[in-house]
Write a new protein. Structure first.
Length: 174
């Protein structure tokens, strides 16, 4: 009996490559059979046709789970000056501090801006300002050159102008 086991073991040991080859051929034949004779496709339900027009009935809109009307776009009017947020360098320690000027006291006359006129145009106050380069009409919160017109007071004929260079607000009178 022992000789039969040794003989069977030797036969398997010497024929292992043939056994692996036969297993691989069987797998290949099975895969080729699957490609030649594929299984039947699954039965899917028919897709509904797309809706070309949106319903106007609120109940139908709710049944279709459509979103409502979009909200109104926010106003683009910016209430304050945000120029200092992007003009200051956040990575430099001294960026928020004022520069040392040779002149200790800067006045409105040093800006070289002159208030020419104030008008009420269509419910909005406008001021005509003359700078070194141009003369133009500006509304409140308008930016020009390196300045911003912050407030117009028609009663006292004055305007408040913010200078980015000096980081101060100056009052000009007519």
């Amino acid at each position: 009996m022992r000789d039969k086991f040794i003989k069977a073991g030797n036969w398997i040991w010497h024929g292992k490559e043939l056994i692996v080859l036969l297993v691989m051929v069987c797998i290949l034949v099975y895969r080729v059979y699957g490609v030649v004779n594929p299984p039947p496709p699954p039965k899917w339900s028919a897709m509904p046709l797309p809706i070309t027009e949106l319903p106007t009935d609120p109940q139908e809109v709710q049944d279709l789970k459509l979103p409502g009307q979009p909200t109104l776009r926010p106003s683009m009017d910016v209430p304050n000056s945000y120029a200092m947020l992007y003009n200051r360098n956040p990575f430099w320690y001294y960026s928020g501090q004022q520069k040392q000027n040779t002149k200790q006291d800067v006045t409105a006359a040093d800006l070289n801006i002159k208030l020419m006129d104030i008008q009420n145009a269509g419910g909005r106050l406008r001021a005509k300002l003359r700078t070194e380069s141009a003369t133009a009409w500006y509304s409140e919160n308008d930016q020009f050159e390196k300045y911003e017109l912050q407030k117009i007071d028609p009663d006292s004929n004055t305007v408040e102008i913010y200078s980015e260079r000096y980081a101060r607000t100056f009052t000009l009178s007519k």
